[in-house]
Design a protein around this ligand. Structure first.
Ligand code: ADP
Length: 266
């Protein structure tokens, strides 16, 4: 599937780590996903992964997302980045073991934010990597910020920006649920999966004004939806699937039928 059209794949921290156990990778999921990505033969592809139990506990302990307040946070800021580097190594190693030219790229060295939003991205290394057929692998990171000193930059914001910046045709997001539901399926067993969401519905959802179907999105999924606005408006095809289920990411990359939520312009 080597073509011209770029896809950006996000793998959630909830998929590749054990969320309630600090610094614990889900090694079997990491290896399985690396194989699915290799088997799909999809290229060009940028991968962005989340932090799960590698990033969040340390970032929360030191209040990294709130920015610099005192010097005691500085080691915590570096530790947050370091934990993400370790998780990233596991992901990249699994991809390399599958024979893929995966290449780790640290967001904190390529990107600077202002007030938590990406202000500048040094795109040349990414561009060159893609041009030569490499598979850049980025992650949610502790980054430097012009206003706050430093902050946490989510993998979701990176994904959205890269998709726009490099004119991706598709965004695939792998999470630990089947897609966007009417309500958080982990809390409410009556939650119903929404297989298609229009741009209009997406906008209404973010503004929390009357959506045709009443949809209640919170937490991590709401963060994702906010970041998906810009690429959705630019006409990027967006698919959210369950990456914990074997072959879902494979099918999504192959463009085959798979259960999930599609965000369409319509
Ligand atoms: P990741 O760490 O994989 O990027 P998050 O845990 O941050 O993902 O976000 C996904 C989570 O969002 C789901 O596991 C689910 O518990 C929660 N969520 C909240 N509202 C919804 C909803 N309406 N539909 C689907 N998931 C939802």
């Amino acid at each position: 599937m080597r073509g011209e059209s770029l896809a950006v794949l996000k793998i959630g921290g909830s998929v590749i780590t054990v969320k309630d156990k600090a610094l614990t990778p889900n090694n079997s999921a990491i290896r399985r996903l690396a194989k699915e990505i290799a088997d799909s033969r999809f290229s060009p592809l940028i991968i962005v992964h989340g932090g799960g139990s590698f990033g969040h506990p340390i970032a929360a302990k030191y209040g990294i997302a709130e920015g610099f307040k005192d010097e005691n946070q500085m080691v915590g800021f570096s530790e947050t980045h370091n934990a993400m580097v370790k998780l990233n190594m596991l992901v990249v190693e699994a991809l390399l073991d599958e024979g893929l030219p995966a290449f780790s790229m640290a967001p904190s060295s390529l990107i600077i934010t202002r007030g938590g939003r990406i202000q500048h991205i040094y795109r040349d290394p990414l561009e060159q990597a893609l041009k030569f057929g490499f598979m850049p692998v980025l992650y949610g990171d502790a980054v430097f910020d012009y206003d706050m000193g430093f902050t946490v930059l989510s993998g979701d914001q990176i994904l959205s920006r890269l998709a726009t910046e490099f004119g991706a045709e598709r965004i695939i997001i792998g999470v630990d649920v089947d897609g966007i539901y009417t309500v958080d399926p982990k809390i409410n067993p009556k939650a119903q999966l929404i297989t298609r969401l229009t741009l209009n519905e997406l906008v209404n959802l973010i503004d929390r004004i009357g959506v045709s179907r009443s949809i209640d999105v919170t937490g991590g999924m709401m963060g994702k939806i906010r970041e998906l606005m810009a690429p959705a408006m630019n006409g990027v095809n967006i698919l959210i699937v369950n990456a914990l289920k074997p072959n879902y990411i494979y099918k999504a990359l192959r463009g085959e039928d798979v259960v999930g939520t599609r965000i369409i312009r319509g």
